[in-house]
Design a protein around this ligand. Structure first.
Ligand SMILES: [Zn+2]
Length: 208
């Protein structure tokens, strides 16, 4: 297989990329200057060693400390962040968007997906086991007072929230933890990953 065909194959493994788009990327690369390709290769070369997963929020992270034994990302590892509040999001992009607003100083947990209604194997779709054990140990060390759901206002989002809430409800001590959701009016029809500062701030302040 030649390099172009191989690249088409690789691009097709990216989320949301079909054969046509994959080919478009390859044609783009063929036309691009040497410098662009060199930058791309360099960045990929670096990424080869990065991509660690935080054992606390489950976000993939990459920074200059990558080759050491760090197991927590920079957010989970920051002393000044409020450990009492845990925000549950679907994916990394949502976390990034919320961080960008600069309006939230608590902790996160990335579920890694959403549950379709009537699914029979939730633990294969979302990190429910990991979340349960995280909340459990947070409760034991009395570190948590509120869990905020920041999930999309869709059937999948609502279904996921209900399942997670019910599952967490079985944890001893969870009754002392408040559960809330971002205000719905603002987040409905709006993808969290594109949220701006004011919208997020308002949805956060009006959470219930
Ligand atoms: Zn983390």
């Amino acid at each position: 297989m030649n390099a172009s065909d191989k690249l088409v194959e690789l691009f097709m493994r990216f989320p949301g990329i079909g054969p046509k788009q994959a080919k478009r990327f390859v044609y783009f690369l063929l036309r691009e200057h040497f410098h662009f390709k060199e930058q791309l290769i360099k960045a990929l070369e670096e990424l080869k060693f990065t991509g660690k997963q935080c054992d606390s929020c489950f976000r993939f992270f990459g920074d200059n400390n990558l080759r050491n034994d760090k197991t927590k990302c920079v957010i989970c590892d920051t002393e000044s962040r409020d450990k009492n509040v845990l925000m549950i999001v679907e994916k990394e992009l949502d976390l990034d968007a919320i961080e960008k607003t600069g309006s939230y100083n608590g902790m996160y947990f990335i579920l890694g997906g959403l549950l379709p209604p009537l699914t029979d194997k939730p633990s294969e779709i979302i990190r429910i086991r990991e979340l349960v054990s995280r909340v459990h140990s947070d409760i034991e060390s009395k570190k948590i007072s509120e869990i905020i759901f920041a999930l999309p206002v869709t059937d999948y989002g609502d279904n996921t929230k209900e399942y997670v809430e019910n599952t967490l409800a079985q944890i001893v001590g969870i009754k002392d933890v408040k559960m809330s959701s971002l205000a719905r009016g603002l987040s409905s029809g709006l993808e969290l990953e594109y949220v701006d500062r004011d919208t997020f701030k308002s949805a956060f302040e009006r959470r219930d």
